[in-house]
Design a protein around this ligand. Structure first.
Ligand SMILES: *[C@@H]1O[C@H](CO)[C@@H](O)[C@H](O)[C@H]1NC(C)=O
Ligand SMILES: *[C@@H]1O[C@H](CO)[C@@H](O)[C@H](O)[C@H]1NC(C)=O
Ligand SMILES: *[C@@H]1O[C@H](CO)[C@@H](O)[C@H](O)[C@H]1NC(C)=O
Ligand SMILES: *[C@@H]1O[C@H](CO)[C@@H](O)[C@H](O)[C@H]1NC(C)=O
Ligand SMILES: *[C@@H]1O[C@H](CO)[C@@H](O)[C@H](O)[C@H]1NC(C)=O
Length: 507
């Protein structure tokens, strides 16, 4: 603890400073000094400032506090180490750091960032936000194999500003490159609409791919040829609207929540072309001339953006002529459809989970979106892989997991994810996704590519001459014989996250 020294010493020091010859002209410095003097109206930094009634003390300490002084030696020491009696250590925290087990800190009262090293240190006296540390144990107590610097790859939508619609009609929150700078090529929005509420009629510069999370929605759109489409979609279904195509999104009778993914990292929900703004930003005489009406027909156009607002019930039957409007050009043929009933697609099942792919082979309208919907069982993992031509935008639909990004030449970092989080993996960066929870991990891997593609590390090694692999990695013949020639996609595991021997599951 420091204690004050005598005022005499301080004022002696002050007069010495002010008696010294003026330094070479420095206008910025001179202006700063005069500003300080003006605020305090004094040359004494520790004088009581002009303040409100009841104020006391001074804004600054004394000049004598600078540097060593025999009178301000530290005389007592506050603890900066948490005593071992004040915390407990999870069972896997003491394992060697290179095993890199997932550390479940969620049920530990006062978790510490301990990883191997005898299981005693380092400890963290704070300040700290335990909720965040418990959710991100691989950042707080990283695997020993993590190294160097890797750009942040996680954005929880719970940290995004939630833009509310009118009168409680819904909300939208987004992730874009402003929030997650590594996500240069894709951005996402989570939108909710109450029963029959609208996302206002609009269009945008980016292409929009959507996955419905809950409820149902009715869509209408018109293309350049004057062809129309209308369809009802429910949870698990997908739509795609190309840039510039104007569309209508209205929630069904039980409301809707959906995810939007855009092929532009700088996309912002706040910068779409809205019908209300189109009408507010053009001369009314022009609008009347354009629509062949008297100008009084425009008396009730909105004064401000509608964006998300309440609506009334629509005809239950999507084929009702009140809903299905067609012109001479007819409807958009199904092969070019903007909707895909993905919820009805049966998954490809493997021992550790399942996967459903949607790309231009079956949904050609979405010309630059290739998406995998993965379900990873507890303890299982999406295999170690990378994508050859595209960044990967991930969204965790349910459960929890972790991934490590390996970036050339020698950096890696492990990130933990929960439902509602966005993840981002730059092109050719190797990664896996391991289920770290006790329920299924369900997530979307969104690629900006016409065809879903990846390189499997296990298959690569299995299809490389054994001698070559052996002379690189020192594997035994038994290990070489276990390498697969097919792509496993997902690998089974145990809910005991301390498991290290996986040979029996290959037999
Ligand atoms: C909405 O969907 C998510 C993801 O499938 C699910 O976890 C959640 O329980 C659903 N919410 C409701 C209200 O059904
Ligand atoms: C919104 O519209 C629905 C359907 O017409 C109605 O039931 C609900 O009360 C409305 N809510 C508000 C806040 O106006
Ligand atoms: C829906 O409307 C169409 C066109 O009016 C009609 O042919 C069809 O039978 C209706 N379907 C149901 C289930 O009512
Ligand atoms: C809308 O009507 C057209 C014919 O006018 C028909 O081809 C199309 O299938 C209808 N769409 C729905 C959703 O019923
Ligand atoms: C791993 O498990 C297999 C099958 O249970 C067993 O045969 C083998 O001995 C184990 N390996 C080690 C190193 O314990």
């Amino acid at each position: 603890m420091r204690t004050g020294t005598s005022l005499i010493a301080a004022s002696a020091l002050l007069s010495a400073v002010f008696a010294a010859p003026a330094p070479a002209p420095n206008r910025v410095k001179a202006r700063q000094e005069s500003a300080v003097q003006f605020l305090d109206n004094t040359n004494n930094p520790t004088a009581t400032p002009y303040g409100p009634e009841g104020a006391s003390g001074s804004l600054r300490g004394g000049l004598e506090l600078a540097g060593f002084n025999p009178t301000n030696l530290i005389s007592s020491y506050d603890p900066a180490v948490v005593p071992s009696s004040a915390f407990s250590v999870g069972p896997l925290q003491t394992a060697s750091a290179d095993t890199g087990f997932y550390l479940d800190l969620s049920r530990i009262e006062n978790p510490q960032p301990i990883r191997g090293a005898g299981g005693k240190s380092p400890t963290d006296p704070g300040p700290r936000n335990r909720m965040l540390e418990k959710q991100n144990p691989d950042l707080y107590a990283p695997p020993g194999t993590d190294s160097g610097d890797v750009a942040n790859a996680k954005w929880p939508l719970g940290l995004s500003h939630n833009r509310h619609g009118l009168n409680g009609a819904g909300f939208a929150r987004q992730q874009n490159v402003d929030l997650l700078p590594v996500a240069k090529n894709m951005a996402g929005v989570d939108m909710h609409l109450e029963p029959y509420a609208y996302r206002e009629l609009h269009w945008h510069q980016a292409n929009e791919w959507s996955y419905i999370l809950n409820g149902s929605v009715r869509l209408n759109a018109v293309n350049e040829a004057g062809e129309t489409t209308t369809d009802d979609l429910s949870a698990g279904d997908v739509w795609f609207f190309p840039a510039g195509i104007p569309h209508s999104i209205q929630a069904g009778p039980t409301g809707v929540e959906f995810l939007l993914v855009f092929d532009e990292g700088s996309f912002s929900e706040d910068n779409t072309f809205l019908l209300s703004e189109l009408f507010a930003r053009n001369p009314k005489s022009v609008l009347a001339k354009d629509l062949r009406v008297d100008i009084s027909a425009l008396d009730h156009i909105p004064q401000d953006q509608l964006y998300i607002f309440n609506g009334s019930a629509y005809p239950a039957n999507v084929s009702d002529p009140l809903n299905n409007i067609t012109g001479p050009a007819g409807v958009i043929p199904n092969k070019n459809s903007y909707t895909y009933h993905f919820s009805e697609q049966a998954p490809y099942e493997v021992p550790g989970g399942s996967v459903k792919i949607i790309d231009t082979q079956t949904f050609p309208a979405a010309f630059d979106f290739a998406v995998g919907l993965f379900t990873i069982k507890p303890g299982a993992m999406r295999e170690l892989h990378w994508h050859t031509t595209s960044d990967e935008w991930d969204f965790i639909i349910s459960g929890q997991g972790r991934l490590t990004l390996f970036q050339a030449p020698q950096a890696s970092r492990t990130f933990d994810f929960q439902a509602g989080d966005v993840g981002y993996v730059p092109v050719v960066t190797a990664h896996y996704l391991e289920n770290t929870g006790t329920e299924d991990l369900v997530y979307l891997e969104v690629l900006q590519a016409p065809i879903y593609n990846d390189i499997s590390v296990a298959q690569w090694l299995g299809l490389t001459p054994k001698q070559v692999v052996k002379e690189h990695l020192g594997f035994s013949d038994d290990t070489l014989n276990r390498l697969p020639k097919i792509k496993p996609f997902i690998l089974p595991g145990d809910t005991d996250l301390g498991q290290t021997n996986f040979t029996s599951e290959n037999e």
